[in-house]
Ligand binder design. Structure first.
Ligand code: SAM
Ligand code: SF4
Ligand code: SF4
Length: 344
């Protein structure tokens, strides 16, 4: 359990397309206090929706054990996500356990609604940086998107609290959906450039089976960059590392940068080094996978660390996912997993 952070020989953790296992996203709850129209639309996630029982969720100890084992296979970065991770009770306890894993780059994605209350505790638990999702500065637009009448001001309060607590950098994620919030692109860019936070625009994706995705609703990364560049000229910046999801652009006047995540129009599967663990401990090798591999059963069945590592290693070495590259080529899986379950 407490083995040091030493990656297994590189060849041991490469998939069929030669991609190493470097990043892990862990969904710690399938619940959320928002009903974003592109993620958990009310028509599907209504009052009667059956979320997972508590006993089905991986416990903090189970999550920490799995995280440690993944680091032994080469994982360097873990993102905690959901659902909304901050609605899971005592989440800071989990952060404390994960932050104790040597050499691990740990981060978390949140809708920001509870951040004003939790930022200090998360920082004290050892979290160093954070990503906050916010789709507009216009209250009417944001409320139409989160669909629970949640005001922008409270998310901004959370972002400020995170910065004040020393979580740095604070990155902001904005999903752009045509007809809903493309007019918010420029105000968001201006605002976060002033504040010194990195804003990342995400193309609206066809995750899950409930958001009614259509290609026409996607505002392309190209269009987003052009929109901003007309007012505040941008130039491409080098990636920080291979496999970075966001393409970086910096303002030509030297005052900050943005990112664009072009998962639809410029698929980046060939550099995809990410695995995901669902709320109930299923391992997925792609955001668009239709089935997972049961790690919880192994853990609760008493498997040893080596047995679990061997299982993860064999799943990874058989991996050949590249959904975004082949999207639209008549190979779309019929039963995709919802993002709130698999972890965004
Ligand atoms: N609840 C947290 C939040 O909203 O930040 C974490 C989970 S959420 C599923 C993770 C990220 O996925 C968010 O930034 C969200 O905007 C993004 N997301 C959700 N559905 C999406 C979609 N259909 N297309 C693109 N991004 C999406
Ligand atoms: Fe909740 Fe995040 Fe999905 Fe919005 S994007 S419904 S905040 S999980
Ligand atoms: Fe990775 Fe799958 Fe997304 Fe491609 S579609 S970048 S393989 S998660």
């Amino acid at each position: 359990m407490n083995a040091p952070l030493t990656a297994a020989p590189d060849t041991a953790s490469r998939d069929r397309l030669g991609r190493p296992l470097r990043d892990l996203r862990i969904s710690i709850t399938d619940r959320c206090n928002f009903r974003c129209v592109y993620c958990m639309p009310k028509e599907t996630f209504g009052k009667d929706y059956q979320f997972l029982e508590r006993s089905a969720l991986l416990s903090f100890e189970e999550i920490t054990r799995v995280a440690q084992l993944f680091t032994r296979l080469g994982v360097e970065k873990i993102r905690i996500t959901g659902g909304e991770p901050l609605v899971r009770r005592n989440v800071e306890k989990l952060i404390e356990q994960l932050a104790a894993i040597p050499g691990l780059d740990l981060t978390l994605t949140t809708n920001g609604s509870l951040l004003a209350k939790k930022a200090q505790a998360l920082r004290a638990a050892g979290l160093k940086r954070i990503t906050v999702s916010l789709d507009s500065l216009d209250d009417a637009v944001f409320k139409a998107m989160n669909d629970v009448d949640f005001p922008v001001a409270k998310v901004i309060e959370g972002i400020d609290a995170a910065a004040a607590a020393g979580l740095a950098p604070v990155k902001i994620n904005m999903v752009v959906k045509r007809g809903l919030n493309e007019h918010s692109i420029l105000p968001m860019a201006r605002f976060f450039r002033e504040r010194g936070h990195i804003l990342r625009f995400i193309e609206y994706m066809d995750v899950g089976a409930s958001n009614g995705w259509r290609m026409d609703d996607v505002v392309s990364a190209r269009e987003i960059v052009d929109t901003i560049s007309r007012e505040m000229p941008l130039e491409p910046a080098d990636a920080n590392y291979t496999g970075e999801v966001a393409e970086r652009w910096r303002y030509k006047d030297g005052r900050g940068e943005i990112g664009v995540i072009a998962s639809v129009t410029q698929a980046f599967c060939r550099d995809c080094t990410r695995a995901r663990i669902s709320t109930e401990g299923q391992l997925y090798t792609c955001l668009f996978a239709t089935s997972g591999h049961d790690l919880r059963g192994l853990i609760r069945g008493g498997a040893s660390d080596d047995e679990i590592i061997a299982r993860i290693g064999s799943v990874w070495s058989a991996r050949e996912d590249r959904y975004s590259e082949i999207r639209g080529k008549n190979t779309i899986p019929l039963k995709k997993i919802e993002m709130s379950y698999i972890g965004g």
